[in-house]
Design a protein around this ligand. Structure first.
Ligand code: FES
Ligand code: FES
Length: 232
Protein backbone atom coordinates (compact mmCIF):
# COMPACT_ATOMS: atom_id res chain seq x y z
CA UNK A 1 0.00 0.00 0.00
CA UNK A 2 3.01 2.19 -0.55
CA UNK A 3 1.16 4.55 -2.87
CA UNK A 4 -1.96 5.06 -0.81
CA UNK A 5 -1.87 8.38 0.99
CA UNK A 6 -3.50 8.79 4.31
CA UNK A 7 -4.55 12.24 5.42
CA UNK A 8 -2.20 14.25 7.53
CA UNK A 9 -4.77 14.24 10.30
CA UNK A 10 -3.48 10.79 11.12
CA UNK A 11 -0.15 12.31 12.01
CA UNK A 12 0.32 13.72 15.51
CA UNK A 13 -1.37 17.12 15.68
CA UNK A 14 0.78 20.21 15.25
CA UNK A 15 2.07 22.03 18.30
CA UNK A 16 -0.42 24.79 17.62
CA UNK A 17 -3.44 22.52 18.13
CA UNK A 18 -5.78 23.70 20.91
CA UNK A 19 -4.65 22.35 24.22
CA UNK A 20 -8.06 22.16 25.82
CA UNK A 21 -9.22 19.27 23.61
CA UNK A 22 -7.88 15.80 24.24
CA UNK A 23 -6.13 15.27 20.91
CA UNK A 24 -4.20 12.03 21.20
CA UNK A 25 -0.67 11.75 19.88
CA UNK A 26 -0.82 7.98 20.38
CA UNK A 27 -1.30 5.65 17.41
CA UNK A 28 -4.94 4.78 16.79
CA UNK A 29 -5.79 1.25 17.80
CA UNK A 30 -6.93 -0.79 14.84
CA UNK A 31 -9.53 -2.71 16.80
CA UNK A 32 -13.25 -2.20 17.22
CA UNK A 33 -13.14 -2.28 20.98
CA UNK A 34 -10.23 0.06 21.44
CA UNK A 35 -10.77 2.52 24.26
CA UNK A 36 -10.00 5.37 21.88
CA UNK A 37 -11.91 4.61 18.72
CA UNK A 38 -11.60 6.11 15.27
CA UNK A 39 -14.88 7.88 15.87
CA UNK A 40 -13.45 9.44 19.02
CA UNK A 41 -10.44 10.47 16.99
CA UNK A 42 -12.61 12.12 14.40
CA UNK A 43 -14.60 13.94 17.04
CA UNK A 44 -11.54 15.38 18.73
CA UNK A 45 -9.19 15.89 15.81
CA UNK A 46 -12.03 17.43 13.84
CA UNK A 47 -12.16 20.24 16.32
CA UNK A 48 -8.46 20.84 15.91
CA UNK A 49 -8.69 20.72 12.15
CA UNK A 50 -11.69 22.97 12.12
CA UNK A 51 -9.82 25.46 14.27
CA UNK A 52 -7.12 25.72 11.61
CA UNK A 53 -9.73 25.86 8.88
CA UNK A 54 -11.79 28.52 10.57
CA UNK A 55 -8.80 30.63 11.47
CA UNK A 56 -7.66 30.50 7.85
CA UNK A 57 -11.16 31.04 6.56
CA UNK A 58 -11.83 33.85 8.97
CA UNK A 59 -8.90 35.65 7.39
CA UNK A 60 -9.81 34.89 3.78
CA UNK A 61 -13.60 34.69 3.89
CA UNK A 62 -14.38 37.05 6.76
CA UNK A 63 -16.52 34.61 8.71
CA UNK A 64 -18.77 36.17 11.27
CA UNK A 65 -17.60 36.22 14.89
CA UNK A 66 -20.28 33.59 15.62
CA UNK A 67 -18.48 31.15 13.34
CA UNK A 68 -15.02 31.96 14.59
CA UNK A 69 -13.81 29.81 17.46
CA UNK A 70 -13.58 31.53 20.76
CA UNK A 71 -11.13 30.22 23.34
CA UNK A 72 -10.72 27.03 21.30
CA UNK A 73 -14.42 26.06 21.51
CA UNK A 74 -15.83 25.34 18.09
CA UNK A 75 -19.42 25.27 16.92
CA UNK A 76 -20.69 21.74 16.45
CA UNK A 77 -22.89 22.98 13.63
CA UNK A 78 -19.79 23.11 11.46
CA UNK A 79 -18.73 25.41 8.68
CA UNK A 80 -18.92 25.83 4.91
CA UNK A 81 -16.15 24.43 2.76
CA UNK A 82 -15.45 24.80 -0.92
CA UNK A 83 -13.77 22.13 -2.96
CA UNK A 84 -13.58 21.15 -6.60
CA UNK A 85 -15.21 17.82 -7.35
CA UNK A 86 -14.71 16.35 -10.80
CA UNK A 87 -13.83 19.81 -12.07
CA UNK A 88 -16.78 21.64 -10.53
CA UNK A 89 -16.59 24.03 -7.60
CA UNK A 90 -18.89 22.83 -4.84
CA UNK A 91 -19.68 24.51 -1.55
CA UNK A 92 -21.20 22.48 1.26
CA UNK A 93 -21.69 22.84 4.97
CA UNK A 94 -19.97 20.14 7.01
CA UNK A 95 -19.72 19.27 10.65
CA UNK A 96 -16.26 18.90 12.19
CA UNK A 97 -16.71 15.12 12.28
CA UNK A 98 -17.86 14.72 8.65
CA UNK A 99 -15.50 12.58 6.58
CA UNK A 100 -14.79 13.26 2.94
CA UNK A 101 -16.56 10.01 2.06
CA UNK A 102 -19.68 11.13 3.91
CA UNK A 103 -19.56 14.55 2.29
CA UNK A 104 -19.29 13.05 -1.20
CA UNK A 105 -21.98 10.45 -0.69
CA UNK A 106 -24.48 12.22 1.54
CA UNK A 107 -24.07 15.88 0.59
CA UNK A 108 -23.23 15.55 -3.10
CA UNK A 109 -24.91 12.16 -3.71
CA UNK A 110 -21.79 10.80 -5.42
CA UNK A 111 -22.45 7.27 -4.24
CA UNK A 112 -19.96 5.65 -6.61
CA UNK A 113 -17.46 6.02 -3.78
CA UNK A 114 -18.13 3.01 -1.56
CA UNK A 115 -17.78 2.93 2.20
CA UNK A 116 -17.13 -0.67 3.20
CA UNK A 117 -14.98 -0.86 6.33
CA UNK A 118 -15.12 2.86 7.24
CA UNK A 119 -11.80 2.48 9.02
CA UNK A 120 -9.09 2.72 6.37
CA UNK A 121 -8.66 -1.02 5.88
CA UNK A 122 -10.17 -1.86 2.50
CA UNK A 123 -9.57 0.96 0.00
CA UNK A 124 -13.19 0.82 -1.19
CA UNK A 125 -13.60 4.55 -0.63
CA UNK A 126 -10.51 5.60 -2.61
CA UNK A 127 -10.74 8.92 -4.43
CA UNK A 128 -8.08 11.26 -5.74
CA UNK A 129 -7.31 14.33 -3.67
CA UNK A 130 -5.01 16.68 -5.57
CA UNK A 131 -4.06 13.68 -7.69
CA UNK A 132 -3.16 11.34 -4.84
CA UNK A 133 -5.13 8.20 -3.99
CA UNK A 134 -6.73 8.74 -0.59
CA UNK A 135 -9.06 6.69 1.59
CA UNK A 136 -11.89 9.19 1.85
CA UNK A 137 -13.31 7.54 4.97
CA UNK A 138 -10.12 8.54 6.77
CA UNK A 139 -10.05 12.17 5.70
CA UNK A 140 -12.12 14.87 7.29
CA UNK A 141 -14.13 16.92 4.82
CA UNK A 142 -12.73 20.16 6.27
CA UNK A 143 -9.28 18.95 5.27
CA UNK A 144 -10.47 18.90 1.66
CA UNK A 145 -11.20 22.63 1.69
CA UNK A 146 -9.93 24.05 -1.63
CA UNK A 147 -8.75 20.61 -2.81
CA UNK A 148 -9.26 19.05 -6.22
CA UNK A 149 -11.22 15.83 -5.79
CA UNK A 150 -11.76 13.20 -8.47
CA UNK A 151 -14.29 10.45 -7.88
CA UNK A 152 -15.28 7.51 -10.04
CA UNK A 153 -18.12 9.63 -11.45
CA UNK A 154 -15.56 12.00 -12.94
CA UNK A 155 -13.86 9.48 -15.21
CA UNK A 156 -16.28 8.72 -18.03
CA UNK A 157 -17.08 11.36 -20.59
CA UNK A 158 -20.77 10.94 -21.26
CA UNK A 159 -21.21 7.43 -22.61
CA UNK A 160 -17.50 7.00 -23.24
CA UNK A 161 -15.80 5.09 -20.49
CA UNK A 162 -12.35 6.07 -19.28
CA UNK A 163 -9.74 3.65 -20.73
CA UNK A 164 -9.31 2.13 -17.27
CA UNK A 165 -13.04 1.47 -16.93
CA UNK A 166 -13.13 -0.01 -20.44
CA UNK A 167 -10.17 -2.26 -19.63
CA UNK A 168 -11.82 -3.42 -16.38
CA UNK A 169 -14.86 -4.46 -18.39
CA UNK A 170 -12.84 -6.22 -21.08
CA UNK A 171 -10.56 -8.00 -18.62
CA UNK A 172 -13.44 -9.11 -16.44
CA UNK A 173 -11.78 -7.35 -13.52
CA UNK A 174 -14.84 -7.41 -11.29
CA UNK A 175 -17.42 -9.78 -9.95
CA UNK A 176 -19.71 -8.19 -7.37
CA UNK A 177 -18.16 -4.83 -8.26
CA UNK A 178 -18.20 -3.39 -4.78
CA UNK A 179 -14.44 -2.85 -4.61
CA UNK A 180 -14.26 -1.69 -8.22
CA UNK A 181 -14.57 2.11 -7.86
CA UNK A 182 -11.74 2.11 -5.33
CA UNK A 183 -9.64 -0.20 -7.50
CA UNK A 184 -10.14 2.00 -10.55
CA UNK A 185 -9.27 5.17 -8.63
CA UNK A 186 -6.10 3.63 -7.22
CA UNK A 187 -5.10 2.55 -10.74
CA UNK A 188 -5.91 6.01 -12.08
CA UNK A 189 -3.69 7.69 -9.50
CA UNK A 190 -0.93 5.29 -10.52
CA UNK A 191 -1.26 5.93 -14.26
CA UNK A 192 -1.44 9.69 -13.70
CA UNK A 193 1.99 9.68 -12.11
CA UNK A 194 3.45 6.68 -13.93
CA UNK A 195 2.01 6.04 -17.41
CA UNK A 196 4.11 2.92 -17.95
CA UNK A 197 3.93 0.93 -14.72
CA UNK A 198 5.37 -2.53 -14.27
CA UNK A 199 3.25 -5.38 -12.97
CA UNK A 200 4.84 -4.97 -9.56
CA UNK A 201 4.00 -1.26 -9.54
CA UNK A 202 0.38 -2.05 -10.35
CA UNK A 203 0.29 -4.63 -7.56
CA UNK A 204 1.77 -2.09 -5.19
CA UNK A 205 -0.75 0.59 -6.20
CA UNK A 206 -3.75 -1.62 -5.38
CA UNK A 207 -2.20 -3.40 -2.40
CA UNK A 208 -4.54 -1.48 -0.10
CA UNK A 209 -7.65 -2.37 -2.09
CA UNK A 210 -9.28 -5.54 -0.84
CA UNK A 211 -11.33 -7.67 -3.20
CA UNK A 212 -13.38 -10.41 -1.57
CA UNK A 213 -14.16 -11.87 -4.98
CA UNK A 214 -10.51 -12.48 -5.85
CA UNK A 215 -10.43 -10.34 -8.98
CA UNK A 216 -6.90 -9.07 -8.40
CA UNK A 217 -5.19 -10.87 -11.32
CA UNK A 218 -7.74 -9.38 -13.71
CA UNK A 219 -7.32 -5.95 -12.13
CA UNK A 220 -3.57 -6.10 -12.79
CA UNK A 221 -4.26 -7.11 -16.37
CA UNK A 222 -6.75 -4.28 -16.83
CA UNK A 223 -4.42 -1.64 -15.44
CA UNK A 224 -1.61 -2.73 -17.76
CA UNK A 225 -3.95 -2.85 -20.76
CA UNK A 226 -5.23 0.66 -20.01
CA UNK A 227 -1.69 1.94 -19.61
CA UNK A 228 -0.75 0.49 -22.99
CA UNK A 229 -3.78 2.06 -24.68
CA UNK A 230 -3.38 5.43 -23.00
CA UNK A 231 0.22 5.57 -24.05
CA UNK A 232 -0.98 5.06 -27.60
S1 FES B 1 -14.25 2.23 3.47
FE1 FES B 1 -12.54 3.50 3.54
S2 FES B 1 -10.87 2.14 3.56
FE2 FES B 1 -12.60 0.84 3.72
S1 FES C 1 -15.31 -7.69 -7.24
FE1 FES C 1 -16.35 -8.26 -5.43
S2 FES C 1 -15.13 -7.43 -3.84
FE2 FES C 1 -13.98 -7.09 -5.62
Amino acid sequence: MADKKYPETLSPPPATAPANEAISTEPIEDTHDAAFSRRDFLKTSGLGVLTSYLVGSAQSHALTPKSTPSQGVLPQEGAPITFYVNGQARQIHVEPRTTLAEALREKLHLTGTKVICDRGSCGGCTVQVNGEAVCSCMMLAVDAHNAQITTIEGLAKGDQLHPLQQAFVECDALQCGYCTPGMVMSCKALLDRNPTPSLDEVKDAVAGNLCRCGAHPHVFEAALLAAKRMKG
